[in-house]
Design a protein around this ligand. Structure first.
Ligand code: AMP
Length: 319
């Protein structure tokens, strides 16, 4: 995750919740991508604080640092080093086609080179560790495809070097939409007051945002004809609760939208209140957090350095 803005329930349901679910099934590395954050200007003091906040949110969600590595991207220089080598095998046309680049570039007066290179750095984050599976929300699927293309291109130019990774999307919650506008994905950078539920929002704020969510002109839930706003609320409920489709239908069919929103809000609060309590406990001990990030970087650096060494050898660079 990028340590910018306020992490929201889209980040949680699309990514973080699934990381917690699979963390003991694989050897996992969870990165806080601060080098990605600076592809657009960040206030330095705020960025530094957000790195710690993001790490604390990973822990509060239930990532177990004794089993998984939690690390900050800029603490392992191999990320930037590999990104350069991958840049040199990536056609610029592949990058110009990226939807996220087009959206972000449209918001800038002058487009920084880093914004275009963003997916190459992301490919480096993944390929450095020879990752087999990358669990992300749907908005990252295109970048994962690019990562696969870059890995394959490198392998065909220089011989088998990288594992070609697979994308893992959640079945529900892969694309949580804005509550104020269900045709746009929920995003940290959107400015609308009722756009997102942030993971650290107080219960009263969560209730208010969800109660104001856009629905449609029908009075009650009909799964056959529901518009995007109602479908978004239903999928938020289902992603939090894990309830199967038939139970969802039985619970919500014919329910008035006001009652649907109340149930969604209470479900979100029931999950986020204990989460926020853990967050407060974790942030009360900054030394603990710093030790986890240091340990995470120390654990992964040998893997990353070994990949960079191999890549340099394959390319004929100085080792
Ligand atoms: P980012 O905030 O861009 O660093 O994204 C962190 C993770 O959250 C990525 O895996 C994204 O795919 C996921 N994510 C971000 N926004 C959403 C959303 N609205 N719905 C589902 N997943 C999301």
């Amino acid at each position: 995750m990028q340590p910018t803005g306020n992490l929201h329930i889209g980040n949680y349901l699309g990514a973080l919740k699934n990381w917690v679910r699979i963390q003991h099934d694989y050897e996992c590395i969870f990165c806080i991508v601060d080098l990605h954050a600076v592809t657009v200007y960040q206030d330095p003091a705020e960025l530094r604080a957000k790195i710690n906040e993001t790490a604390a949110l990973y822990l509060a969600a239930g990532i177990d640092p004794t089993d998984c590595a939690i690390m900050v991207q800029s603490a392992v220089p191999a990320h930037a080093e590999l990104a350069w080598m991958l840049t040199c095998v990536t056609p610029i046309g592949w990058l110009e086609r990226m939807t996220q680049y087009k959206i972000k570039a449209a918001k800038q007066e002058s487009i920084g080179d880093g914004l275009l290179q963003y997916p190459v750095l992301m490919a480096a984050d993944i390929l450095l560790y020879q990752a087999g599976i990358v669990p992300v929300g749907e908005d990252q699927a295109q970048h994962l495809e690019l990562t696969r293309d870059v890995a394959q291109r490198f392998n065909s130019l220089y011989g088998d070097t990288f594992v070609v990774p697979n994308t893992s999307l959640p079945t529900v919650g892969a694309r949580v939409m804005g509550l104020d506008n269900p045709t746009q994905k929920m995003s940290k950078s959107a400015t609308g007051l009722n756009h997102a539920v942030a993971l650290l929002d107080a219960p009263a704020k969560i209730r208010k945002t969800i109660m104001r969510a856009t629905t449609d002109s029908s009075p009650a839930v009909d799964f056959e004809t529901a518009g995007p706003g109602v479908l978004n609320l239903l999928s938020i409920y289902q992603a939090f609760s894990g309830e199967p489709d038939d139970a969802m239908q039985a619970r919500f069919t014919g329910m008035r939208y006001g009652d649907l929103k109340k149930q969604v809000a209470e479900m979100a609060i029931a999950h986020l209140e204990p989460f926020q309590q853990r967050y407060r406990e974790i942030t009360a001990d900054p030394a603990y957090l710093a030790a986890i990030l240091r340990d995470g970087a120390e654990r992964v650096a040998p893997i990353a350095n070994s990949t960079v060494r191999t890549v340099k050898q394959r390319m004929g660079l100085y080792t």
